[in-house]
Design a protein around this ligand. Structure first.
Ligand code: AMP
Ligand code: GLY
Length: 428
């Protein structure tokens, strides 16, 4: 089966790497892909960021002429714009939820309403489309608050504010300065929760829910979780934060009610439902939903997944997840993101990357590319998050040590990474 993976990050490289191991995998295409995907498949000039008739026609044409029978949609923006709906046709599998289901990620105000109606534990929140009303509300409060643009903002739309003054500033940036455009027409203002964060990803075939092993992401740029939020600086799986009992609770209190609530409205969720959780002293609470594979959690999960990802994706699309055979390498995987100097602020591009071949020789190590570009036999940096260096180890300590050692072999000007991925659960 020929496969087209849409997207250009480490997630897409890792999904392609795993799909390629399937007996049934034929040709593998990436649109647009990156410098790493070019070495395991063919990159094509299709960028799914903006969904319009031209893009849909381009993908349709490509799939027809290359006998592509599976399209995997990696990122959230095309899903929220309904790309899965528009690509659906007989003889083609599309992995990723339809627009009405992807709204769980793309419209946080609506997702909050749905959670409230389904009694899903989440932070108390209010939504405002009127700037003055948001200001009045913040001025009536004395506590910390979290301010979120309701729409998609490339993971940058959330401000955790320790005072009303900071919250007012965040609302101004979103609603007045329109930093995220129309994604900030509505803001969600919610209580700040305390605790450890947990990423719970589940395959959903409309009816059956198959929960993947738990992971923890590290969003902040600096060691010790200091500094501004990023798209993710590293992740590891499994995490001791979540045992079977907690996973069962999250499945029962979060995933099942949400999938059921959608189905009551005739919305069939097929794809990955990802609950970003905060483990508070009062129990697990949802911070947000994503309707796709998480990045960089997916890189760590693909390293550990035993089973045929293509069969799993087909079963998801066909509503047969109950028949799927899936297990995990018991070892731990630590994924360390190597980023460009300056990220998440401004950074340079086009820096040559050295040492990739040496890193590839290390046992139990895989380097997935994110912001890279292949250029005349060289690999150049092309984004803020450049590489996702993954290593397996018998425990988190060993996995982290191996991932960091692999990072040591790789160099590009200005490059940096966090050495402490997993620190929140590691003994000093
Ligand atoms: P989100 O994109 O909604 O997951 O938010 C990004 C990050 O902001 C999360 O990973 C948390 O670190 C933080 N965050 C979001 N909502 C809250 C909340 N209610 N309380 C505390 N931190 C939050
Ligand atoms: N790892 C967070 C995300 O994919 O949004």
């Amino acid at each position: 089966m020929n496969i087209l993976i849409l997207g250009s990050g480490g997630r897409e490289h890792a999904l392609g790497w795993k799909l390629k191991q399937s007996k049934r995998c034929g040709k593998l295409f990436f649109g647009p892909g990156n410098g790493g995907t070019a070495s395991i498949g063919e990159n094509i000039a299709i960028d799914p960021e903006t969904v319009n008739t031209k893009l849909v026609d381009q993908i349709d044409y490509f799939c027809r002429h290359n006998q592509v029978e599976m399209v995997v949609i990696g990122p959230e923006d095309p899903l929220a714009q309904g790309l899965a709906d528009r690509l659906a046709q007989p003889g083609r599998y599309v992995f990723g939820p339809v627009k009405a289901a992807a709204r769980l990620e793309g419209d946080k105000a609506w997702a909050k309403q749905l959670m409230r109606a389904a009694s899903v534990p989440t932070a108390e929140a209010r939504a405002f489309s009127d700037y003055d009303a948001a200001v009045t509300y913040i001025e009536s409060r004395e506590t910390s608050m979290v301010v979120k643009a309701s729409g998609l903002a490339k993971g940058k739309g959330v401000s955790v504010c320790d005072s009303p003054a900071e919250a007012l500033e965040a609302v101004k940036r979103i609603m007045k300065d329109r930093e995220f455009g129309a994604a900030g027409d509505t803001v969600v203002i919610e209580e700040k929760l305390l605790g450890q964060e947990l990423s719970v990803l589940a395959l959903v075939d409309g009816r059956n829910i198959f929960v993947l092993d738990p992971a923890q992401d590290h969003k902040q740029v600096g060691e010790g979780d200091k500094g501004p939020n990023t798209g993710g600086m590293g992740a590891y799986s499994p995490t001791p934060l979540c045992d079977d009992e907690l996973m069962t609770t999250i499945q029962r209190e979060v995933l099942v009610p949400v999938v059921d609530a959608l189905r009551r409205d005739d919305v069939v969720f097929q794809g990955v439902l990802y609950a970003g959780m905060m483990l508070t002293t009062g129990g697990p609470r949802v911070l947000e939903f994503n309707t796709r594979f998480g990045d960089p959690e997916t890189q760590a999960l693909m390293m550990r997944l035993r089973g045929d990802l293509l069969e799993i994706m087909i079963a998801t699309c066909e509503g047969r997840l109950d028949e799927v055979d899936l297990s995990w390498d018991p070892r731990c995987c630590c994924c360390v993101v190597m980023a460009s100097g300056g990220y998440p602020g401004a950074y340079a591009k086009g820096k040559p990357i050295a040492g990739l071949d040496e890193a590839a020789k290390l046992a139990d190590v895989q380097v997935f590319h994110a912001g890279t570009k292949a250029d005349k036999g060289q690999v150049l940096t092309a984004g803020g998050r450049v590489l996702n260096v993954c290593a397996l180890g018998k425990d988190l300590q060993e996995a982290q040590r191996k991932a960091n050692a692999a990072c040591e072999t790789i160099h590009f000007e200005g490059g940096f990474y966090r050495h402490d991925i997993g620190f929140r659960v590691m003994k000093a």
